[in-house]
Design a protein. Structure first.
Length: 428
């Protein structure tokens, strides 16, 4: 099941720290940028078909306009200045849109048009592509392009194209985004509490740390000893805002956030004005003169980072506990096996037991079948047969060319040969 929602303009603060925290604390997907091949990612997302889908974009916006921003997502590629959307010359041009459903974005294709006046500065000589708050690609060139594909490889619910060329014009004829929609765990059974891989805060008062807001001690501090709450210090810079961030174990469709306040007289009003952001996108805003003990904030956003940020400049915030609820992205384990080579086989006395033979066979499927049988090795033969066993090589090795028969389901993958078996060792 896939869902729709809204998103907003990202910034790129703390992206590196988020990735670092994920590396240090988690064995799951690293942040929202995927450092894996696309085929591996499609498999982890549960897709056997590796063909990219064009993802639907909606609710576009841009920095300024001499036309409708929807001209860049109307499905019509007419690369003439009058048929494209363009910004006016300004400090920083941008165009952004939201995905119909959160997706793994493999690549972004941009179609532009030649500017009518050579004296105009082309914004597409220096720009960045962002998926959520993840940088997909930074393009810098003195040459113009008409159509070009840029890699992304990130999970996100929105896309942004921002120029870094001052007083330039951005002309976009069509934006195409390709990848696969994400699916989520438990959509039919209800929201689940999401675990954290780490946290950060803008600053900390003496004997306070961000982990005091994630230790699952739900007692509310009223001045008694025992319960610690995370407490930031007011920022020293003129426009600084205090904040606390938590990083989720898995990219998540977040539905609500619960915040526990500190209720002693010194600090119970420090959460009277704050915002909740998910991967830099605004999620909820709280403004009240009455302090709360705990409060649930509705929040339909996709991401792996939740941030509480004060809306009062140079003010501290305190958080006794924070909980995040939603639906985790459904990710299958990265199937791993090691290729052992190509081997002769005897059809009358095969060394490995054939489990199944059918037209949709490929290494990953055979791996899963043999792993369920607690076998050490699996083999592929005749383009469609899956074999399992605890030993191999009885009839000797063969040239790799003997095992280059394409899988019936995907001719680009080798599934052994006629009476020759491609053997793999199951590692995980």
């Amino acid at each position: 099941m896939h869902l729709k929602w809204f998103s907003s303009l990202p910034d790129r603060n703390c992206v590196f720290l988020a990735l670092l925290l994920q590396i240090l604390f988690s064995t799951n997907v690293v942040g929202l940028q995927l450092f894996k091949t696309r085929q591996v990612m499609y498999r982890m997302l549960g897709y056997d078909n590796f063909n990219e889908e064009r993802l639907h974009l909606e609710r576009c916006r841009q920095s300024s306009s001499s036309g409708n921003c929807n001209l860049a997502i109307d499905g019509s590629i007419v690369q003439e200045w009058t048929q494209c959307v363009s910004t006016v010359p300004e400090l920083s041009s941008f165009w952004k849109a939201e995905l119909e459903t959160p997706s793994y974005i493999a690549r972004v294709v941009i179609h532009t048009a030649k500017l009518p006046d050579e004296a105009m500065l082309n914004a597409m000589h220096d720009f960045g592509i962002y998926a959520g708050d993840t940088t997909c690609y930074r393009h810098i060139s003195s040459q113009s392009f008409i159509t070009r594909s840029f890699p992304c490889d990130a999970m996100a619910d929105r896309i942004l194209i921002r120029s870094f060329r001052v007083n330039s014009i951005m002309s976009l004829c069509e934006i195409e985004v390709y990848g696969k929609p994400l699916t989520f765990q438990g959509l039919d059974s209800g929201e689940a509490e999401i675990g954290f891989s780490g946290c950060l805060m803008s600053s900390s008062a003496e004997n306070s740390k961000c982990e005091d807001a994630t230790d699952r001690n739900f007692a509310v501090f009223h001045g008694q000893s025992g319960k610690k709450c995370a407490l930031t210090l007011p920022g020293e810079e003129e426009y600084s805002r205090s904040w606390l961030s938590v990083y989720l174990m898995t990219p998540t469709l977040i539905k609500h956030v619960k915040v526990y306040n500190r209720m002693d007289k010194c600090c119970n009003n420090l959460l009277n004005k704050f915002a909740i952001l998910v991967n830099s996108a605004s999620c909820a805003v709280h403004e009240s003169i009455e302090p709360f003990i705990s409060k649930v904030f509705r929040c339909t956003r996709f991401g792996n980072n939740v941030k509480l940020e004060s809306r009062v400049l140079k003010s501290a915030i305190t958080v006794c506990q924070i909980q995040v609820f939603g639906y985790k992205t459904l990710l299958y384990p990265d199937v791993r096996h090691e290729h052992k080579g190509c081997f002769h086989d005897d059809p009358d006395n095969p060394e490995m037991e054939q489990v199944i033979s059918y037209s949709f066979m490929e290494p990953r499927k055979c791996h899963r079948m043999c792993k369920r049988l607690n076998k050490l090795y699996f083999g592929l033969q005749n383009g469609r047969a899956c074999l399992c066993g605890n030993k191999y090589g009885r009839y000797g090795s063969a040239a790799i060319e003997k095992c280059n028969l394409g899988c019936v389901s995907d001719g680009g993958m080798a599934c052994g040969g006629r009476n020759f078996t491609t053997v793999y060792e199951i590692l995980v």
